[in-house]
Design a protein. Structure first.
Length: 504
């Protein structure tokens, strides 16, 4: 269906792709595998018309292909679902799906009824239970991801590129997505699937292409490959460094929450959070698991002072009651929040790496109290670039130029610079390759060993079970279980995540 030959792409003198070769076949799911920074997303942006300036050639349906932009790519039957959500928050779901290809009636007037009806059908197909008129900005990240998928299905493309499509959706939504992918494959579509979740690739993919350092290193059939062999091809080295979650005693409370409630932001009655109580201890990593809509992100945001007018309950830090009404008050109490959506809430993409890292501690980097001490800022950023292994040629590089995994490390660095006592991590490994995941797990272990209390939200149960000392489970805004890690299994955690009437 599509052949890429000797594709080379440079950004500001840095080679992102170097003589990449690729073949995609119809009626197959093609997994593109590689670490963060390997060049996967850059290659996909070339194939979908995002980047039109590159060296090399593309053959599509036995004809040379030179795209002028994404609209040209869509017209030719190639569409991409970006890892970085490409939606307009201020428009409705219908308006986003039909943006640039609106339907009109015979009088040239927008046929809103027909577009809403088609949107409803697409939302039903991806099993997203919201109305077509709902604003995209009011949806959670996982729901927005499903809107992106619905938008791609609407184009009826021949080649569908999915860049981390399951990074923000629950296991139930993943199963539904795989049903959709199988239907598309049976229709003869060419699916390109990028994911760092190797178990997904072995479930859904027919073929694989491994990329490393901007080059393609190997391709073949998934059925002939093992997970360990793929990891070795991705990294060029053996993978080490799993986190040890041996049983430990945690006796010193750092954060205690009593009867926390959060009213809904809409006019409808009811709570987003209801009677949440738990304790987080010094040196402890507590995993917080729940399905989409369980209230995990809302709990983290409430602890960080983002919803003071709708929240109630008592919060104690080091056994002293505190009243946190704003994020700056949370920071002063030693709380840091790494948000779920790093693009929207964690980074200033058009600013330098050092600017992003230093922004939380500007008061410590002042000269004479009136201006920034550039040398201190540079030293601080270099320290965290080295400590977290951020791949960049300079601390002056723009944050938006880095891969998703390295951007996430910048967000972590920004908050670690504040020396927090309590670290709230909301999906910290979303869109991060398997080696970088273990780097973050080991960093969490190191921080916990130094006495930091960590609350970890993740949609991936294996991650929760790997990295945590204890597991809290939420369902429909309520805390349904508090499980010691020795007793936590996928089946019993899921049981409490699904049955909201169970208490513990």
């Amino acid at each position: 269906m599509l052949v890429a030959r000797n594709i080379t792409k440079k950004f500001a003198g840095v080679t992102a792709l170097n003589n990449v070769n690729l073949e995609l076949h119809p009626g197959t799911v093609n997994a593109i595998i590689g670490e963060n920074g390997a060049g996967k997303s850059t290659l996909m942006k070339i194939l979908s018309g995002v980047h039109v300036d590159y060296e090399g050639s593309i053959i599509y349906n036995n004809e040379p292909l030179k795209l002028t932009g994404t609209k040209d790519a869509e017209a030719k039957g190639i569409v991409i679902i970006h890892q970085e959500l490409n939606l307009v928050p201020g428009l409705s779901i219908t308006e986003n799906i039909f943006l640039g290809r609106e339907r009109c009636n015979q009088l040239g007037i927008l046929d809103k009824k027909a577009m809403a009806w088609q949107t409803k059908q697409l939302l039903e197909k991806v099993k997203l239970d919201v109305g077509p008129a709902q604003l995209v900005g009011s949806l959670k990240v996982g729901q927005q991801q499903l809107v992106e998928i619905a938008r791609a299905l609407h184009t009826k493309a021949s080649v569908i590129i999915m860049d981390e499509p399951t990074s923000a959706i629950s296991d139930k939504e993943v199963d539904n997505l795989f049903v959709i992918i199988n239907e598309l494959r049976n229709e003869g579509k060419t699916i390109v699937y990028i994911s760092h979740k190797l178990n997904e690739l072995f479930t859904i993919a027919d073929r694989f292409v491994v990329m490393r350092d901007g080059c393609t290193v190997e391709s073949g059939l998934m059925a002939e490959m093992t997970q360990d062999a793929l990891i070795h091809k991705m990294t060029g080295r053996a993978l080490t460094g799993a986190t040890d979650t041996a049983k430990q005693a945690f006796n010193e409370p750092v954060l205690r929450v009593e009867h926390m409630n959060l009213k809904s932001a809409s006019r409808h009655t009811g709570n987003v959070l209801s009677d949440i109580s738990f304790t987080l201890h010094k040196g402890e990593i507590v995993g917080l698991y729940g399905l989409m809509g369980a209230g995990r992100t809302e709990l983290m945001e409430t602890l960080f002072g983002l919803h003071p007018k709708r929240a109630s309950g008592n919060v104690f830090i080091n056994e002293q009651q505190v009243n946190i009404q704003t994020p700056i008050q949370a920071i002063r109490q030693g709380i840091a929040l790494v948000p779920e959506d790093r693009k929207a809430h964690g980074l200033i993409l058009d600013q330098k790496i050092k600017t992003n890292i230093s922004i939380t501690v500007l008061n410590q980097l002042q000269r004479w109290g009136i201006m920034l001490h550039n040398k201190k800022e540079t030293l601080l950023s270099k320290e965290y670039i080295q400590q977290l292994g951020i791949k960049t040629f300079s601390e002056n590089n723009l944050a938006g130029n880095l891969s998703g995994g390295n951007q996430q490390k910048i967000v972590l660095a920004k908050w670690l610079a504040t020396n927090p006592r309590i670290l709230l991590l909301d999906e910290p490994t979303r869109g991060i390759d398997i080696n970088a995941r273990f780097e973050i797990y080991n960093l969490m272990k190191k921080l916990a060993a130094a006495g930091m209390a960590i609350l970890l939200v993740s949609s991936e149960l294996p991650e929760i079970l790997t990295a945590s000392n204890r597991v809290l489970v939420m369902a429909e805004g309520k805390l349904t279980a508090n499980i010691p890690i020795a007793e936590a299994t996928e089946s019993n955690v899921l049981k409490y995540a699904i049955q909201h009437n169970i208490t513990s």
